[in-house]
Design a protein around this ligand. Structure first.
Ligand SMILES: [Zn+2]
Length: 366
């Protein structure tokens, strides 16, 4: 342990540790979404100060602006962003999928995706090989295989095609990754794959089994993890199918969903919620429950905060709570000052870090 020549994951008494080229991360861990290479309005040293350990970036976005080659030219994702900790890249598949519903923006073929964010842009090709190349070129520490996400309303036939292509692309990604690594000295990034199959337990099991046979350093839950406000049953079933490897609850989630997924066996979480809510003045407050369930929400536009001299959350030690009254914060949100968005993001990220610290100290059920 400790040698970064040997990246991968290590079973600990509680959870697993991910050993990445940029350092080791204990799990469970929450990885905020720095989609375009930045947590909006927050600098890397501020993220470190509230305990953030790793960031997730979007390959589809960075491949367009500024381009994977520009990121590489500027020293890779760590030099580019001045974030020294581990960086998880997604494959770009989810963004490409989200563009499929808009005519003229996205298309899926057996070879991958064609996508663009606006009709004015040129089309980009995202193939299993190019997705891996872009992530490795940018210097991501955890690299994701290209997968085909589906809508929960998709037909069984569409879900079968999604699994078939996700498996085929995962094989191609594994080969492309191994070919790139053959010429590189360690430490090597970790390679994760995504399990699809929609709501069908048999397809999920088949996809998980095939991916586990190919062999990856970790697995993500693909598709929509939450419907009508609750985690779908397939999320809870997945941990039993991948045999102890690290599991990433992609896009999970709210504090309650995150705790439920952790209880089921997930180790890594990412979501836009804490920063999106933080920028909008929707702030989390820690409940008394030792596992952090039933987090309460403070909305800064609620009158109750205007004359509050105390902090948003007396148990929180973030820059907002340790420096400013809730009343002043409510004022900053009311006048839409940029400081409000920064402080709101930092407070919510600190809440997630503290929630994960509680989980790390607890025994996982089962
Ligand atoms: Zn705070």
């Amino acid at each position: 342990m400790g040698s970064l020549d040997r990246t991968g994951w290590v079973q600990q008494s509680r959870g697993v540790s991910l050993v990445t080229p940029a350092g080791e991360v204990r799990t469970p861990v929450f990885v905020p979404d720095a989609t375009r290479g930045v947590i909006r309005g927050v600098a890397p040293d501020q993220l470190r100060a509230v305990g953030v350990e790793a960031l997730l970036v979007s390959t589809a976005h960075l491949a367009v602006h500024p381009g994977a080659s520009v990121v590489a030219k500027l020293g890779g994702i760590h030099d580019f962003t001045a974030w020294t900790g581990p960086v998880v890249a997604d494959s770009g598949g989810f963004q490409a999928f989200s563009l499929l519903g808009s005519p003229g923006l996205g298309q899926v073929t057996d070879r991958g995706f064609r996508y663009r964010f606006s009709p004015k842009d040129k089309y980009r090709q995202l193939t299993p090989e190019s997705a891996i190349q872009a992530q490795v070129r940018m210097g991501a520490d955890i690299v994701y295989c290209l997968d085909l996400c589906t809508s929960p309303r998709a037909t069984r036939e569409d879900q079968e095609r999604s699994v078939e292509l996700t498996e085929r692309w995962a094989r191609q990604c594994r080969r492309a990754f191994d070919a790139l690594m053959a010429d590189r000295d360690p430490p090597h990034p970790l390679l994760f794959a995504v399990v699809q199959g929609g709501p069908h337990a048999d397809l999920r099991a088949r996809c998980a089994e095939t991916l586990a046979e190919i062999g990856f350093d970790g697995y993500g839950f693909g598709g929509y993890p939450i419907l009508e406000g609750r985690l779908v049953d397939e999320v809870v079933a997945l941990p039993g199918l991948v045999g102890g490897a690290p599991l990433h609850g992609l896009g999970i989630g709210s504090p309650d969903s995150l705790v439920t997924a952790w209880s089921a066996g997930y180790d890594v979480f990412d979501c836009v919620l804490p920063t999106r809510n933080g920028r909008r003045g929707v702030l989390y407050r820690m409940s008394e429950d030792p596992l952090g369930r039933h987090a309460t929400i403070a909305r800064m536009d609620n009158e109750r905060w205007i004359r509050e001299r105390g902090p948003i959350d007396p148990t929180c030690d973030c820059p907002a709570c340790s420096t400013f009254s809730a009343g002043y914060l409510a004022h900053l949100f009311a006048i839409e000052d940029r400081l409000a968005a920064t402080l709101g993001s930092l407070h919510n990220l600190r809440f997630y870090v503290r929630l994960l610290e509680r989980l790390r100290a607890a025994d996982r059920p089962g």
